[in-house]
Write a protein that binds this ligand. Structure first.
Ligand code: HEM
Length: 456
C-alpha cells in the first residue's frame, strides 16, 4: 500500500524493565501471564532464568524454536500443557504424546486436507450472515460485543462442519468457569507446584469439566443410535473418529477417547479463530485506510456477489491483514515444552526437566527481527516480503509435526467470514476503549471488545 498511511501502534504490553523477583512474577502472572514475559525475551534469543539448575528458559530465535519443535523434538514433551488440560481433554490429540498421539492425528487429518475444505465456505458465509442479521436488528451504530459474537459464531461453525451441534450457551458458561481457574493452574504448573495443592476456582472448574464432558457424551450416544438405526450419518469428523483404529492394537476409540477428541476440537477449533477475528475487526476499526483497501479488494474480486470458495485466492490483502493481526495478537500467545533428557539446542545445553517457553507474542514482536515491531503494518506480509521471512519467525499456528491441524480450516474460515462482514458492515472503535491483550487460554482483549457496528 501507499506509504502515506499514518503509523498506528495498537495496545501492547510494555515488558518489565528489570527481571521480576519471585513475588513480582506471581503477581504479574496472575494479572496477565504476558506481563511476566521478561523484556530480554523480546531482545535476546535464549533467556535462562532461575540460576543454578535453571528451570525456565525463554526461546525466541527461529533456529532455536525449530530445534525444539522439529530437530530435537524427541527430547521434549508437552508436560505442562498436558498437566493443565488433561482433566478436561483426557488423552485426546492435543494432550497425548508418541504413538498415542500419532494415530489420533492420522485419523483426524483427512478432515483437514486443504483441497477438501472449500465445501465448508457456504457454511462460513451463512454463519457470518447470521451474526449480521443480529446486528441489523439493532439501531445503526449500536455497540456490540464483538468478542462474544465471534465466539458464538465460530462455535456454530465447528458444530455445523465438523461435529454434531452442541448447546452453545451451556458450553460458554462452563468454559468461562474453567478459564477462571486456568491462570492459577498455569501459574502452579510454571512454578512446578505439586498437583495436590488446591487453588482458587478448582471446584468450579471440576464442575465445569463434568458439564462439558457430559454434554459431549450425550452427543456421542445420539450418534451411536443413529448408526444403529442405519439412518444417514453425516460425513463429519465424528464419523472418522468413530471409524478410526489404532494400528498397533487394532482397537477403535472407546467413548472416553471420543469425548476427549470431540471436546478438543470444539475448544481448540473455535476460541482461537474467534480471537483472530475479534482482534482483526478492532485493528480495522482503527485503520480506515486498510478497511477501505480491503473493501475495494473484496468488491473487485466478487463484483458484489456473496463470497464463494473461488474468490478466496484473490483476497490477497485480506490475508495480509489477518496475518498481521495474528502477528500482533497471536490467538495462542505462548507455547511450552519440557525437556525429558539432556539436550543441546544451538549453542546451549538444556538439562532434563527444564521448561522451554516459546512466547509467540514476543517472537512476533522481537526487537531484532521486526522493524517497528509494535506497529500495525500489513505490508510486511505482502507476498514478496513474506517469501523472504524465516519460517519460524511468524508462527501463530505453532510448527513441526504438532503444528495446528486446523491451520488451513481456520485461515479459510477467517478469510471467508471477514470478507462477508466487510462487504456489508463498517466497524468503529469505542472511544476510550483500547483493550490490552491478556493471555488467558487464548489471547483475550481486557474488558472485552465492544465496537460500534454500522450495517448496510
Ligand atoms: C486462528 C486459529 C487457530 C490458531 C491461532 C491455532 C493455534 C494452534 C497452535 C499454536 C497449536 C500448537 C500448540 C502446541 O504445539 O503446543 C495448535 C494445535 C492444534 N489446533 Fe489449532 N489453532 C487455530 C485453529 C484451530 C482449528 C480451527 C482447529 C480445529 C478445527 C484447531 C485444532 C487444533 C488441534 C487439534 C491441535 C493439536 C494438534 C496436535 O497436537 O497434533 N485449531 N493450534
Amino acid at each position: 500500500m501507499a506509504a502515506a498511511i499514518p503509523r498506528f501502534i495498537p495496545p501492547h504490553i510494555v515488558p518489565p524493565s528489570r527481571p521480576l523477583g519471585r513475588l513480582g512474577f506471581v503477581a504479574a502472572f496472575l494479572r496477565n501471564p504476558l506481563e511476566a514475559v521478561p523484556r530480554a525475551a523480546f531482545e535476546e534469543d535464549f533467556v535462562a532464568l532461575g540460576g543454578e539448575g535453571v528451570s525456565r528458559i525463554w526461546v525466541t530465535s527461529p533456529a532455536l524454536v525449530k530445534a525444539v519443535l522439529l530437530d530435537e523434538r524427541d527430547k521434549f514433551q508437552k508436560i505442562t500443557q498436558i498437566r493443565l488440560l488433561r482433566p478436561l481433554l483426557g488423552k485426546g490429540i492435543l494432550t497425548s504424546e508418541g504413538a498415542d498421539w500419532k494415530w489420533q492425528r492420522q485419523a483426524s487429518a483427512p478432515m483437514f486436507r486443504p483441497q477438501d475444505l472449500a465445501g465448508f465456505v457456504p457454511t462460513f458465509v451463512r454463519v457470518a450472515e447470521d451474526v449480521m442479521k443480529k446486528w441489523r436488528a439493532a439501531p445503526p451504530g449500536s455497540t456490540q460485543r464483538i468478542d462474544l459474537d465471534m465466539t458464538r459464531a465460530t462455535f456454530e461453525v465447528v458444530s455445523a462442519t465438523l461435529l454434531p451441534s452442541a448447546d452453545a450457551p451451556a458450553f460458554e458458561r462452563a468454559m468461562g468457569l474453567f478459564q477462571k481457574s486456568g491462570t492459577w493452574g498455569q501459574l502452579y504448573a510454571a512454578m512446578n507446584m505439586p498437583r495436590w495443592v488446591p487453588h482458587p476456582g478448582i471446584l468450579a472448574a471440576k464442575r465445569a469439566i463434568a458439564v462439558m464432558r457430559g454434554a459431549v457424551a450425550q452427543m456421542i450416544h445420539a450418534r451411536r443410535r443413529l448408526q444403529q438405526d442405519a439412518a444417514v450419518e453425516p460425513d463429519d469428523l465424528m464419523r472418522r473418529l468413530i471409524a478410526a483404529h489404532d494400528p498397533e492394537s487394532g482397537q477403535s476409540m472407546n467413548d472416553e477417547q471420543l469425548i476427549d477428541n470431540a471436546l478438543t476440537f470444539y475448544l481448540a477449533g473455535h476460541e482461537t479463530t474467534a480471537k483472530a477475528l475479534t482482534w482483526t475487526l478492532y485493528l480495522l476499526a482503527r485503520s480506515p485506510d486498510w478497511t477501505a483497501a480491503l473493501k475495494e479488494e473484496i468488491a473487485h474480486v466478487t463484483g458484489g456477489a456473496p463470497i464463494a470458495a473461488s474468490h478466496i485466492e484473490g483476497f490477497v490483502r485480506v490475508r495480509q491483514v489477518l496475518r498481521e493481526s495474528m502477528r500482533l495478537y497471536p490467538p495462542v500467545p505462548m507455547m511450552s515444552r519440557q525437556a525429558v533428557a539432556d539436550v543441546r539446542i544451538g549453542e546451549h545445553d538444556v538439562k532434563a526437566g527444564a521448561s522451554i517457553l516459546m512466547p509467540i507474542y514476543a517472537i512476533h514482536r522481537h526487537r531484532r527481527r521486526w522493524e517497528d515491531p509494535d506497529a500495525f503494518d500489513p505490508d510486511r506480509f505482502s507476498p514478496e516480503r513474506e517469501a523472504q521471512m524465516p519460517r519460524y519467525q511468524f508462527m501463530p499456528f505453532g510448527a513441526g509435526p504438532r503444528v495446528c491441524i486446523g491451520l488451513s480450516f481456520a485461515m479459510l474460515e477467517a478469510t471467508a467470514m471477514l470478507a462477508t462482514m466487510l462487504q456489508k458492515v463498517r466497524f468503529e472503535a469505542v472511544e476510550g476503549h483500547d483493550p490490552l491483550p491478556m493471555a488467558r487460554v487464548t489471547l483475550a482483549p481486557r474488558g472485552g471488545m465492544p465496537l460500534r457496528v454500522f450495517t448496510a
